[in-house]
Design a protein around this ligand. Structure first.
Ligand SMILES: O=C[C@H](O)[C@H](O)COP(=O)(O)O
Ligand SMILES: C=C(OP(=O)(O)O)C(=O)O
Length: 421
């Protein structure tokens, strides 16, 4: 019966999918992946679901973050360590301020697919859709979708997950981030293991956008444990549906309905309270606290106006969702010198609006979802170091959207800490 529901879900229109040049070859790759071992263990996903139930009840806070787009070349131990160490550091700042446990979910071990605004780039080439689909180099060959990349993505994700488990068991050394403005060097220096608190075992889960359905459908196991039999993704503990793929009649929502994993759903400015009520009804049919995380990304100028009617509608429905704010995606703009960027001040302003709305409505502002890296990049403007447009070309390394660097991220954690207090 689940197989039939899965086929029906996948037969619906699916936005943002690549057009593989050879459909048979793509199907053969899906067949190979079908034989692959799950990357995440069912008991880990179940533990995360329990943790998220406490977030939904207001007994914990959710921190989710990492690269906008992971790349195969960037899937290295130093990079993963830096990002995990940053999450640990941010989590510690937030836990202390909130007086609550912080549940940490990395955008890691599978965040290889990107939705895009257009199908072609400025040169007229097919757009880069993430390393799992094609390659960013500006040639027709590089941009042609290659299904073999799904196998590479699986291998990279499995390797990353092994490292996440190892580091969580050992404890992760946190970066000591020197915040600018306190007599420290401009962009925040990172120093490892020289005076930070001793590393201790920790828990970090992995997540990615549930975008590329040929990949997502390949590694599933039957989960008979819940109120109805469902499928569980073997590719990540937590999956989210993006702003560009949340069409109510589309394949992504229908696919997520079949999963037992905790699910996130991005809500942009065009989303109406009625639409959200319908998403909640479909994605949380058994009224499981924390099953659904609603991720508002309205932009700093609109959050105070657009979020309250949505929160009121969902609250009235009685579903115990997690309210999470993504202060990045509604605040993207192009700099005068042509870089896709975000201003630190706008990121903080959207979060301030989010906390204000929830305080006023008496709901739990349950978490944040941010694009950050422990690496010292120059992709977002502002922060105490005062990054300017002239700084952007220095270390603009993202494969897609701009991330806060280590210094900006820790500064953000302190700003959110103030809001939590
Ligand atoms: O990360 C999010 C999206 O992939 C991204 O914002 C879309 O980017 P584009 O507008 O450059 O295509
Ligand atoms: C694409 C993303 O976000 P959104 O769907 O909100 O634009 C993302 O988080 O990578």
């Amino acid at each position: 019966m689940l197989a039939g529901r899965l086929s029906a879900a996948l037969a619906r229109p699916a936005a943002q999918q690549p057009c593989w040049p050879d459909a048979d070859r793509a199907e053969a790759v899906v067949g190979l992946l079908h034989e692959a071992e799950p990357i995440v263990a069912p008991e880990e996903t179940a533990r995360l679901s329990a943790r998220l139930a406490s977030v939904a009840r207001g007994e914990a806070f959710l921190l989710q973050g990492g690269d906008c787009a992971e790349t195969f070349a960037g899937n290295t131990e130093p990079h993963l360590r830096a990002n995990l160490g940053l999450l640990e550091r941010m989590g510690e700042v937030l836990a202390e301020a909130a007086g609550l446990p912080v549940v940490k979910i990395a955008r890691m071990a599978g965040q290889f697919a990107k939705p895009r605004s257009s199908t072609v780039d400025a040169l007229g080439l097919p757009v880069y859709r993430g390393d799992i689909v094609n390659s960013p180099e500006c040639t027709v060959a590089a941009r042609t979708p290659d299904p073999h990349r799904m196998l590479l993505a699986y291998a990279h994700a499995a390797g990353a997950m092994d490292l996440v488990r190892k580091l969580c068991a050992e404890g992760i050394e946190e970066p000591l981030v020197a915040l600018a403005g306190a007599g420290h060097p401009a962009r925040g220096e990172r120093r490892f293991g020289d005076g930070g608190r001793p590393a201790r075992p920790t828990e970090i889960y992995v997540s990615h956008e549930m975008l590329l359905l040929d990949y997502e459908r390949a590694v599933l196991w039957a989960d008979p444990g819940g109120p109805e039999p469902r499928l569980s993704s073997g590719l990540a503990h937590f999956l989210w549906i993006g702003e560009r793929t949340r069409q109510p009649d589309g394949a992504h929502i229908a696919f997520a309905e079949l999963l037992s994993n905790p699910i996130g759903l991005k809500l942009g400015p065009s989303c109406t309270p009625e639409e959200v009520a319908e998403y909640v009804r479909r994605l949380d049919p058994h009224r499981t606290p924390g099953r659904l995380t609603l991720v508002s990304r309205m932009g700093h100028a609109q959050v105070r106006e657009l979020l309250p009617p949505i929160v009121e509608k969902v609250t009235a429905s009685g579903h115990e969702v997690i309210w999470q704010c993504d202060p990045m995606h509604g605040n993207t703009r192009t700099s005068g010198n042509g870089y896709k960027t975000r201003h630190f001040g706008h990121v903080v302003a959207e979060l301030a609006g989010f906390f204000e709305v929830h305080r006023r409505l008496g709901t739990h502002a349950g978490g944040i979802h941010v694009e950050v890296t422990g690496d010292d990049v120059t992709e977002c403007l502002g922060g105490a170091a005062g990054l300017t447009e002239a700084d952007l070309p220095g270390r603009y390394l993202t494969a897609c959207d701009p991330r806060l660097n280590a210094g900006q991220s820790v500064e953000l954690a302190f700003a959110v800490a103030k809001m939590l207090r």
